[in-house]
Design a protein around this ligand. Structure first.
Ligand SMILES: [Zn+2]
Length: 377
């Protein structure tokens, strides 16, 4: 079962239609690709929007957030319908899905590697996101793509990588054979590239969250798109370099402030924007119990969703083992998002980062030769 959700976005400008397409595609290697209609009849009911999008043979005028159509999707898309190619092995061509390759012999029937941890929760589904044309997700702001079924949860973590807390989050997830998406801050990744590499090595999906967590809806960014682009692109380049390999074309705006002109820019870069379905507000919390209560109560109310948390926060890291236990006990299932293709960095900003390096690296003398205790103990 490889193609689960095919959603077609019609991006219309001035009567000339250019079409952006997203396939949030189930990558799980079970039998032949299923049509949406088939999926609807299967055990996992499709969400209403998916059913509405079912007649994939006909061009759809799917609604799209007005803010994301300021620029047409790349005109290279040849036809209104683009079915992503089915893949034989989950994640084989997919950065972020290294789990599929990690235990090639240990796959369960659904194509997801069997969990080797006793009682481990394990992933229920892996969805591949085609970021062509910059689709936007997260019902708090974008209501076009509703790819989760009831009780399905996507875990996302912002503002890392950060010592102690990020490794604790990775451990909690790994102990349950789970994967999540991390929106890293470029500057943080520059400070702790070894942590970005740990996140990647654990098979997590890594996107970016700007260079230094600026609110891009405010000045100077609101009035100067070049500065805003730089804040976005330096983040992409820095996280990419910290990981030392491919990262996802997934982006989240700081404070979920999403200026339409920048959504259009991201669309032109084929980078998907992620708002959230459920904001834990864990950044305001100091006790793990508060984080657990916040996420569980909102999930029980909404039934499913992309959950926003912060691996930067100690309370969240401490909460995660118990939160995952409660998710499992309440019948929630974890879905992992992987990109169809990695992000492409821009040379201009890669170079800018290298310039920063040089400034730091001018002096290479070791600390012991620079700083010496000359009196006292
Ligand atoms: Zn943030």
């Amino acid at each position: 079962m490889r193609v689960l959700v095919i959603v077609v976005a019609a991006l219309a400008t001035l009567g000339l239609a250019a079409f952006g397409v997203v396939a949030a595609q189930k990558v799980s290697g079970q039998g032949s690709p299923l049509s949406i209609a088939q999926r609807t009849n299967s055990t996992a009911p499709a969400a209403a929007d998916e059913v509405a999008a079912a007649p994939a043979a006909a061009p759809l005028q799917a609604p799209i957030a007005a803010s994301s159509i300021a620029e047409p999707a790349p005109a290279a898309v040849p036809a209104p319908i683009h079915l992503a190619a089915a893949q034989n092995v989950p994640g084989q061509n997919t950065p972020g899905a290294s789990l599929a390759n990690a235990t090639p012999s240990g796959k369960a029937d659904n194509g997801i590697p069997a969990c080797d941890k006793p009682g481990g929760m394990g992933l229920s589904r892996i969805v591949q996101i085609d970021t062509t044309g910059g689709p936007a997700f997260g019902f708090e702001h974008f209501k076009q793509y509703d790819f989760l079924s009831d009780h399905e949860v996507v875990l996302t973590f912002d503002d890392g990588p950060w010592p102690q807390n990020t490794p604790a989050v990775i451990k909690a997830l790994t102990d349950q054979c789970l994967k999540a998406t991390f929106f890293e801050i470029g500057e943080h990744a520059t400070w702790h590239p070894e942590l970005s590499k740990i996140v990647a090595a654990a098979g997590m999906t890594i996107g970016s969250h700007t260079w230094s967590h600026k609110d891009l809806a405010r000045n100077p960014y609101a009035s100067d798109i070049e500065q805003a682009k730089q804040e976005i692109e330096l983040g992409v380049s820095a996280v990419h370099r910290a990981v030392g390999g491919p990262i996802a074309p997934f982006f989240r705006f700081p404070d979920l402030q999403q200026p339409p002109v920048l959504l259009a820019y991201l669309a032109s870069r084929n980078i998907a924007t992620f708002s959230t379905d459920i904001d834990s507000f864990d950044f305001k919390m100091h006790r793990p119990e508060q984080v657990i209560e916040s996420v569980m109560s909102k999930l029980k109310k909404r039934g499913k969703g992309i959950v926003l948390m912060h691996d930067f926060k100690p309370a969240t890291a401490a909460a995660l083992p118990e939160l995952l236990r409660q998710l499992k006990a309440n019948g929630f299932k974890i879905v992992h998002m992987v990109p169809k293709a990695p992000v492409t960095t821009l040379a201009k900003y890669d170079d800018m980062l290298r310039q920063e390096d040089k400034m730091d690296a001018t002096n290479t003398r070791p600390e012991s030769s620079v700083v010496k205790t000359i009196s006292g103990n």
